[in-house]
Design a protein around this ligand. Structure first.
Ligand SMILES: Cc1cc2nc3c(=O)[nH]c(=O)nc-3n(C[C@H](O)[C@H](O)[C@H](O)COP(=O)(O)O)c2cc1C
Ligand code: SF4
Length: 366
């Protein structure tokens, strides 16, 4: 079952495995695709994963969060991105680009001007950074930037786009009642806090057509109490599934304590700690009519098979296991079904934060 193809509109994925979006810190400083990235993605494609979702690609200069991040904000990004999609397609894998705007998170890194946010929040235990509330014109500019980026994605040969609607970035900030304190049509009731998501989807659709898959990675609960709760988060998933998004990847919204209240949790030392968002994904799968991807701490073949057999998800998505072993899926397919050797230590993440390139930095003690 795990090695059977799966279709999302015009996209046929050769198996049920997805490489969840993973920022690699390897782009050229002008945001273009680097040779190192081509090699990294080729290794993943050769390694058997059906669909690769790129790391965060910024759609607007003010949504950028790193100098080593890919851009899809300008037409001159298309040539390099085309090289990337071709290098993946040569090995039979499919590739989607993750369209991203950092929102206020940019303020943690770039401090020359206040970062854009739904609202200014004075007291936030988990965030400090220069930020300010966006005006209507700035919101419209962001919507157009997502739509233009999706048009570039299609031109560059990507098989789909994934909107980043999770992990404390702009769309998460709009959805969470903790960071969205607006009193206009972009804030307040859930429908208003989801307006940006829906408008982005509509604007993208107008540029890429009906058949092109538009997926969203959605944060359905914040990492701390007082933020978005699952009642609203799962309702949001249902609304977006009914309003033009073709698939959902279920993850977390705003981050709380590092790492226990983030999307990249540690301590996955026993099988029962795997799949830490499984309960969310299972419930949402029952409520929506579009395909669902489960992500978060999936490490063993038996578990991902069970998830599919029990119809808790349509696809399974992995990040850290494929940093450590880019050929994990091919290994499983060959019959060596031992679990991923990733120990979820997050040294790869910590290295990225120190501007080192993406790699597994864990060495087992002898
Ligand atoms: C090094 C690293 C980079 C990541 N970059 C992204 C990213 O660009 N976009 C995104 O949506 N999630 C990103 N994530 C989160 C992963 O996609 C995934 O949701 C999370 O790590 C849980 O899955 P896992 O247990 O299989 O790693 C990143 C995670 C790690 C460890
Ligand atoms: S550094 Fe740790 S979390 Fe990252 S891939 Fe290696 S073992 Fe996994």
């Amino acid at each position: 079952m795990l090695f059977e193809p799966f279709r999302i509109k015009s996209l046929e994925i050769p198996n049920r495995f997805v490489r969840s979006a993973t920022y690699d810190g390897c782009a050229e400083k002008n945001g273009h695709v680097s040779d190192r990235q081509i090699a990294l993605y080729e290794a993943l494609a050769r390694g058997g994963v059906g669909l690769i979702i790129t790391g965060i690609a910024y759609v607007h200069a003010l949504g950028r969060i790193s100098v080593y991040q890919n851009s899809i904000a300008q037409d001159n990004d298309i040539a390099g991105l085309t090289q990337l999609t071709r290098s993946v397609h040569r090995f039979g894998a499919k590739i989607a680009v993750q369209l991203f705007h950092a929102g206020r998170e940019r303020g943690k890194i770039f401090q020359t001007q206040p970062a854009l946010a739904p609202s200014f929040v004075a007291q936030d235990p988990f965030f400090s950074g220069l930020h300010r509330s966006m005006n209507e014109a700035e919101i419209i500019e962001v919507i157009d930037a997502f739509a233009d980026a999706a048009r570039r994605a299609r031109e560059a040969g990507f098989d789909a786009v994934q909107i980043h609607g999770a992990h404390a970035y702009l769309l998460s900030q709009f959805l969470s009642p903790f960071t969205n304190r607006r009193e206009d049509r972009w804030g307040g009731i859930l429908g208003n806090r989801l307006r940006l998501h829906r408008e982005i989807c509509k604007a993208i659709r107008a540029k890429v057509g009906e058949d092109y898959p538009v997926v969203i990675k959605l944060g359905v609960e914040d990492g701390f109490s007082g933020g978005l709760d699952f009642t609203e988060g799962s309702a949001a998933a249902e609304i977006l599934a009914g309003n033009g998004f073709d698939a959902l990847e279920i993850s977390q919204g705003l981050r709380g304590q590092i790492y226990s209240q983030t999307e990249y949790r540690t301590g996955i030392t026993r099988p029962d700690r795997e799949g830490y968002f499984r309960h969310w994904c299972r419930q949402i799968k029952q409520r929506v009519n579009v395909p669902v991807m489960m992500v978060g701490g999936l490490r063993s073949f038996e578990l991902v098979l069970e998830v599919l057999q029990k119809k808790e998800s349509d696809l399974v998505s992995l990040s850290r296991p494929l940093i450590r072993e880019p050929d994990l899926i091919a290994r499983w397919q060959r019959g060596n079904r031992t679990p991923s050797t990733c120990v979820s230590c997050n040294r790869c993440m910590e290295a990225l934060l120190q501007s080192k390139p993406l790699a597994c930095y864990y060495t087992p003690e002898k």
